[in-house]
Design a protein around this ligand. Structure first.
Ligand SMILES: [Zn+2]
Length: 323
């Protein structure tokens, strides 16, 4: 019987589940809306329903499920398996004893951690980081998340709060962030920040390519519009890409100086911009980082795409059950 891990990724919009084999291949992918506006109990029931569907498919196809791995927004207390913070998008999610619930419900070893940390582990084991042991990972989307892999394993910190690169300060007295601090990287280099800069630039230049690519409607400008315009040579857009890349590079350089990784992996929606952004980031990392750590570091784009969440979730369980 072929062996699998059941990987579950709890996102703000959807819950995804699937069987993941030792090589990171996904089967029987199942998706259900999270219903994150409803109570935590509804969300929990949706998670259990996804898990049940996948386990039934596994049974019907003679696949053996060894354990469950799950990624969640927020932080998970490693000792009790309870959600402890940072999951504001799901009302009442804090305090849910997610690991004990999964164990009781399915009778399988269960492992849960922060979703971005698990994305990092997924990339490390099955994606762009294969073979590397010291990795920093960022996801740049609506916000900026981060994960640290050291010695090939996730680094949680004392309270599962490690790796929050999006909330490191890149500008003292800078813009206020939703975390309560000021000048966080996320306020200057997330997809949201890039789209805002795009909108801002239209105020100055009402005839620019950014606005044209958004069909003439300022509200339709996204990070992708800005990158597309930059790739076509639009100067205002190129300027935004330059600024964004500089901030990201500075944020990454802080982490590189601290952790001296072999590799930095950049994932999330903004990474789709590709080389145009990667070039500016690499230059900025060299400007702000120490040579001993920046000289040989590889800065690359993530390789796991649509199934990244499920694969990352399963990666943790694969690692844990080996012990
Ligand atoms: Zn912040």
């Amino acid at each position: 019987m072929k062996e699998y891990i059941l990987g579950i990724d709890l996102g703000g919009t959807n819950i995804e589940g699937g069987l993941v084999d030792r090589k990171g291949n996904v089967r029987f992918k199942t998706t259900k809306p999270t219903d994150s506006r409803k109570r935590a109990k509804t969300v929990l029931n949706n998670i259990l329903s996804v898990a049940k569907t996948v386990i039934e498919k596994a049974k019907a196809n003679k696949c053996k499920v060894l354990a469950i791995g799950m990624g969640t927004p927020g932080a998970v207390d490693h000792a009790t398996g309870t959600i402890v913070s940072g999951a504001e998008n799901i009302m009442g999610w804090k305090g849910v004893p997610i690991v004990p619930v999964l164990r009781r419900e399915f009778g399988l070893p269960s492992f849960v951690s922060n979703d971005v940390t698990l994305y990092a582990l997924g990339e490390a084991m099955f994606g762009a980081g294969k073979g590397a042991k010291e990795i920093i990972c960022l996801t740049v989307g609506t916000g900026i998340g981060g994960g640290i892999i050291t010695g090939g394993k996730i680094y949680r910190g004392a309270k599962d709060g490690a790796g929050e690169i999006g909330h490191t300060t890149v500008k003292l007295d800078g813009k206020k962030c939703k975390c309560g601090s000021f000048g966080c990287l996320e306020r200057y280099a997330s997809a949201t920040a890039i789209a805002n800069m795009g909108k801002q630039s239209c105020k100055k230049n009402g005839k620019g390519l950014i606005l044209k690519l958004a069909g003439g409607s300022k509200d339709k400008i996204t990070a992708k519009t800005v990158f597309d315009a930059a790739k076509k040579g639009d100067l205002a857009a190129k300027d935004i890409v330059e600024k964004t890349g500089r901030y990201l590079g500075a944020g990454i350089a802080n982490f590189i100086n601290l952790l001296n990784p072999e590799m930095v992996i950049i994932g999330g929606g903004v990474a789709e911009a590709g080389n145009i952004l990667l070039r500016v980031i690499s230059k900025s990392v060299k400007t702000y980082g120490l040579r001993i750590s920046t000289k040989d570091v590889r800065i690359v784009l993530g390789r796991l795409k649509t199934n990244a969440g499920v694969i990352g979730a399963a990666a943790l369980a694969w690692q844990e059950i080996k012990r």
